[in-house]
Design a protein around this ligand. Structure first.
Ligand code: SF4
Length: 58
């Protein structure tokens, strides 16, 4: 699977969301230089409460 960004994994951003078009395919990293993280909860209490808001469906 080819990465959208010349197969450049950003080793500072680990990610396992292979459904995202910015996922680096051959390694569990994001290919973006930076991402935006947010929450869908009023009072986030655990990791599941947070979201990558840079996600884009393939
Ligand atoms: S944009 Fe977010 S969800 Fe998509 S690969 Fe990067 S870190 Fe993962």
């Amino acid at each position: 699977m080819a990465c959208c960004n010349n197969n450049k994994a950003n080793n500072s951003i680990e990610c396992t969301v292979t459904e995202c078009k910015y996922h680096c395919g051959d390694a569990n990293y994001c290919s973006l230089n930076s991402i935006k993280v947010g929450t869908h909860e009023a009072n986030p209490t655990m990791p599941e409460c947070t979201d990558c808001q840079s996600f884009m469906k393939k």
